[in-house]
Design a protein around this ligand. Structure first.
Ligand code: NAP
Ligand code: GLV
Length: 316
């Protein structure tokens, strides 16, 4: 079968993807856009990684758009996306585990003051600080989907007091390693008021964009830490910098930004209370992700239900 593979790939990266996808679906022919257009009537599947807008035009038989990215916010911005074609996003337990590791690392580092000790070392200062027990530290995880739930449970397993927040109440509240789940806008103020650490793992939608603003930060206790592992556009940068500058927030760990790579003159680079990562909180693993793609392509061919479908009207 002919499959369009389209996205922002560097040459070496494309090679790795072609090998992994080829091993997972040995009967498939992987085509670039021009090749796919030449046989447009035979292309039923597109596997995409934030392709340039317009990349999916001219494929009348398309029946599945499979994203290699977990977040589909950029994909959904393409006004030429063929309407009615199901979009599946990447859901891979290996990615969830990576995200949980990053979130746990950030929690431990904020709680135990490791970012401050790194700064003290550079300043030649021997400066012990008081230690708190993990079970007195309140962590709030925004978003309880694939990434948020894995992260929240992993942190709860280490003895932190973890609350999670989602749009709709979770059906399963048992056996969540002590994680307490909340839902809806009305639940948020009470959670914010007691949060020592907030970890953002929301999808970027019309409702969540610019949600982390001055009002949000003001509702947190003085000295709280922010960890943004979701999307840069969740944050109003000027408001975050203001909250950090006046010491209301103690530290921010940021993996994602409005513009990536982060422009070299951005204040985040040099802010003493910001720790940056270059969008690596949970990278897609080509070998396991290719198995996820293959499972969905087989489901399509065999007439079974597709997994991990995006609800376009909700934006995630
Ligand atoms: P997901 O499975 O779709 O989960 C989204 C969660 O957010 C759900 O619990 C959902 O609630 C909740 N939610 C959505 N809108 C909400 C709202 N308005 N108010 C409250 N809760 C809301 O998403 P995911 O796969 O976990 O991805 C989470 C984020 O991580 C995304 O932004 C994604 O782009 C990002 N990401 C980053 C990296 C990285 O390396 N930095 C890697 C992968 C993903 P319901 O359960 O009620 O629907
Ligand atoms: C990474 O940010 C992803 O959405 O897969």
């Amino acid at each position: 079968m002919n499959i369009l593979l389209s996205g922002e790939f560097e040459a070496a990266e494309l090679h790795v993807w072609l090998q992994s996808l080829g091993a997972a679906l040995p009967d498939a022919h992987w085509l670039g856009r021009d090749q796919a257009l030449a046989v447009a009537d035979t292309v039923e599947v597109a596997v995409v990684a934030n392709p340039p807008p317009g990349s999916l035009l001219g494929l009348p038989k398309l029946r599945l758009i499979q994203s290699l990215w977990a977040g589909v916010d950029r994909l959904l911005l393409d006004p030429t996306l063929p309407p009615g074609v199901p979009i599946a996003r990447m859901v891979d337990p290996a990615m969830n585990a990576s995200m949980a590791e990053t979130a746990l690392w950030a929690t431990l580092a904020l709680h135990r003051g490791y970012f401050d000790y790194a700064l003290s070392q550079r300043q030649g200062l021997w400066q012990p600080r008081p230690q708190r027990r993990a079970d007195s530290v309140n962590v709030l995880v925004l978003g309880l989907g694939q990434m948020g739930l894995s992260a929240a449970r992993r942190i709860a397993q280490q003895g932190y007091r973890v609350s999670g927040w989602s749009l709709r109440p979770r059906p399963d509240t048992l056996d969540l390693d002590g994680l307490v789940c909340h839902a809806g806008a009305s639940a948020l103020p009470e959670l914010q008021a007691k949060s020592d650490i907030v970890i953002n793992l929301l999808p970027l939608t019309a409702a969540t964009q610019r949600m982390l603003d001055s009002r949000f930060f003001a509702a947190l206790p003085r000295g709280a830490g922010l960890v943004n592992l979701a999307r840069g556009a969740h944050v109003v940068d000027a408001d975050l910098l203001a909250a950090l500058d006046r010491g209301h927030l103690a530290h921010a760990v940021l993996d994602v930004f409005h513009t990536e790579p982060l422009p070299s003159d951005h204040r985040y680079w040099s802010h003493p209370n910001v720790t940056l990562l270059p969008h690596v909180a949970a990278q897609t693993d080509p070998s396991s992700a290719s198995q996820v793609v293959a499972a969905n392509v087989r489901a399509l061919l065999e007439g079974r239900s597709l997994a991990h479908l995006v609800q376009r009207e909700r934006g995630y």
